[in-house]
Design a protein around this ligand. Structure first.
Ligand code: CA
Length: 229
């Protein structure tokens, strides 16, 4: 296995250099881009294993970069947000970021998040389930981290895949948002319960025939959600 490459997209040169220095010491191959167009280009020409993407960039902002990258890539993306505002985080997740971290952050926290996201992307945290699970027209292979709907493969982001795999393992049970957070993404994932709603919405878009009238991932009022297959 080659080196793991991380693309840092940040216009503040000091912060970009600090991230590069720190991540290189962890053994990653680090490339820095200072603006969005260059980042989009690089991701399509030479896809990294992970992208750390600042929201506040000159020209295209981080949200727009994320949106454009998501039209052709499912690379894990961690957004850097300057403010801890809920709206920023939720918007970031809705347009396809996999995680976010609020400035100022400690480098230790960043490293932990990077490791967690990379592990998830590679599936190392998945339980050793080799069987392909079937549920109606949905097939899921936890080991290969692949999902098919009516025989067509779906492209899910790492967090959506984890959530779907957890739902399938716990079919027909009413699950609270907290259980879903811990069960799907592990206790090292720092997220709030609205994060679950954001990812449930994305999964419904992917697997429900009518996402506005979900029949597989149903809402359990006052509790959370239940997967009915
Ligand atoms: Ca910036």
């Amino acid at each position: 296995m080659g080196t793991t490459s991380v693309l840092v997209v940040e216009d503040e040169k000091n912060l970009a250099e600090a991230l590069k220095f720190n991540l290189e010491r962890q053994g990653y191959d680090v490339i820095v881009e200072h603006e969005g167009h260059g980042a989009i280009q690089r991701i399509s020409n030479d896809p990294p294993n992970l992208v750390i993407l600042d929201v506040m960039l000159p020209g295209l902002d981080g949200f727009e970069v994320c949106r454009r990258v998501r039209t052709h890539s499912s690379v894990p993306i961690m957004m850097l947000t300057a403010r801890g505002e809920e709206v920023d985080r939720v918007l970031g997740l809705e347009i396809g970021a996999d995680d976010y971290i609020t400035k100022p952050f400690s480098l230790r926290e960043l490293q932990a998040r990077v490791r967690a996201l990379l592990r998830r992307g590679s599936g190392e945290l998945s339980p050793p389930v080799t069987a392909v699970a079937e549920s109606g027209n949905l097939r899921i292979s936890p080991d290969a981290r692949r999902v098919w709907l009516d025989g067509d493969e779906l492209t899910l982001r790492p967090r959506e895949f984890d959530l779907l795999a957890f739902f399938v393992r716990n079919r027909d049970l009413a699950l609270s948002r907290r259980q879903l957070l811990d069960g799907a993404w592990g206790s090292d994932y720092v997220g709030d319960e609205r994060t679950v709603d954001v990812h449930v919405r994305a999964l419904r878009e992917a697997i429900e025939s009518d996402p506005s009238k979900p029949e597989r991932i149903v809402t359990v009022r006052g509790v959370g959600y239940r997967f009915e297959g």
